[in-house]
Design a protein around this ligand. Structure first.
Ligand code: PHE
Length: 447
């Protein structure tokens, strides 16, 4: 255990954890959820829930991870073991690993589409229209090839380990992603129609606040902070004892919500700019087009109608999406890879290759039975399993750990841990409030 790798700096950890959190969930999920839940009122609810629910749940993972310095299975086994039920920890941790792997399997398919659209902007610039058509048409071969390319990228990073892989690439890619986001927002906001989208995004109508809005916002916050499946737990396990956990968790939450909010400034105005350019942005039922059609039809139609500038904007946009997806998916793959390297003699490179290839086969299975499996896997993992696992992780900290253990886990990097407001509120909060709130989300999703 002595040779366990750590993130080399606070900045490195923040970039990696924010890189995991900021992904398609922020740049696509959050704005489209906002569009389909009435706009600004959803944004307000989301911001409140991100801090009141997702942040405390994130802290549960970071605290467990750093205290036990191990993957989710080993950590939970040890905690449950002290209560004489190690098998419960192994089962729950194992469930988390399976869910992280399944999320990686569908996320890589979607990320592959982003890479294909990115490549299309290049073939369009090069005047290769037959290639462009193939790249953006939904087809089995294209889906499998681009899933493989994207997974290859994540495997290359993960095989290099914590500081030379995860940390180095997150630190390189995150600033590029933020820069692209800002450039794109400036561009879109100068186009006709943008202000209509901004109004929908920023001016709340409280009559829009239906119960459904709260529940969608909770699910969104949970997925966006990568909770429940052990990614934040394993990243926390690579965090040095010098760092103050509540503070660093708050920085990650702020970055994640901040970038989701900023992404809304791009996507919602872009929808209305597309309308101005003559693209149909409403469904037959009169709702704004959300989901995959928004990213793969409305926006490309907008880029297409903008001429040469549009091709450059498309290039920037799909680079942004690919980077966002990449820094998130490396954190998913790290969950099973860390389990394998910490519990067997297999080296990191080999473990990444074997596990990555196995999950690729799952992705191929999904591509082959797309209609039946794709939506099912997304629902099973994100709608059902993440909330259940979230409750269980809160139960581990709130109920299975003694208060003293929690205090000892917080102490490193936090001088006044015992007197802090955080320690006065948070342990009770994860014990009661978080599980109940998450349960509410879960019950809703069953309906
Ligand atoms: N947080 C990521 C996003 O918003 C998704 C994710 C979920 C990453 C679970 C890791 C684990 O896209």
């Amino acid at each position: 255990m002595a040779s366990r790798e750590l993130f080399s700096s606070k900045m490195g950890f923040v970039m990696a954890a924010a890189g995991s959190a900021v992904g398609l969930g922020n740049i696509w999920g959050f704005p489209t959820n906002t569009a389909s839940n009435g706009g600004a009122a959803f944004v307000l609810v989301y911001l409140v829930l991100a801090f009141c629910l997702a942040y405390p749940a994130l802290m549960a993972e970071l605290v467990i991870g750093r205290a036990s310095r191990a993957n989710i299975v080993t950590s939970l086994r040890d905690i449950a073991g002290e209560r004489g039920i190690p098998w419960a920890g192994i089962l729950i941790g194992g469930y988390g690993v399976i869910i992280a792997s399944l999320i990686y399997s569908f996320y890589s398919i979607v990320a592959g589409w982003m890479v294909a659209h990115w490549a299309e902007s290049l073939t369009t610039m090069a005047g290769q229209s037959q290639w462009s058509e193939w790249l953006v048409a939904f087809g089995l071969k294209r889906n499998i090839i681009f899933t493989a390319i994207f997974m290859g990228l994540t495997m290359a990073i993960i095989s290099r380990g914590v500081s030379a892989g995860i940390e180095r690439w997150s630190t390189r890619l995150m600033p590029v992603m933020m820069l692209l986001l800002v450039v794109l927002i400036i561009y879109v906001l100068t186009q006709n129609g943008a202000s209509e989208g901004l109004k929908l995004y920023l001016i709340p109508h409280f009559s829009d606040l239906k119960p459904q809005v709260f529940l969608s916002a909770m699910g969104q916050a949970f997925f966006s902070l990568s909770l429940g499946v052990g990614t934040m737990l394993i990243y926390g396990s690579y965090l040095s004892d010098k760092e103050n956990l509540p503070q660093i968790g708050a920085i990650v939450t702020l970055t994640d919500t901040g970038i989701a909010f900023i992404a809304g400034l791009l996507i919602l105005p872009a929808i209305y700019v597309a309308k101005e350019y003559g693209t149909n942005v409403f469904t037959d039922g009169g709702e704004l087009i959300a989901g995959p059609d928004l990213i793969f039809q409305v926006l490309p139609a907008l880029f297409g109608s903008m001429g040469t500038a549009g091709t450059l904007v498309a290039f920037a946009f799909f680079t942004l999406m690919t980077i966002a997806a990449l820094t998130s998916s490396i954190s998913m793959l790290e969950v099973p890879v860390s389990l394998a390297t910490e519990n067997t003699k297999i080296g990191r490179g080999m473990a990444t290759l074997i596990i990555g290839s196995l999950i690729f086969l799952i992705s191929v299975g999904i591509c082959l039975n797309f209609g039946a499996l794709f939506g099912w896997v997304i629902n099973f993992t994100t709608v059902y399993s993440e909330p259940v696992l979230g409750i269980l992780l809160c139960v581990f900290v709130g109920w299975l750990w003694h208060r003293n253990k929690v205090l000892n886990a917080l102490k490193p990097g936090m001088d006044n841990a015992e007197q802090s407001l955080f320690f006065k509120i948070w342990p009770m909060y994860v014990r009661f409030v978080c599980p109940l709130l998450i349960l509410a989300t879960f019950i809703q999703s069953l309906r």
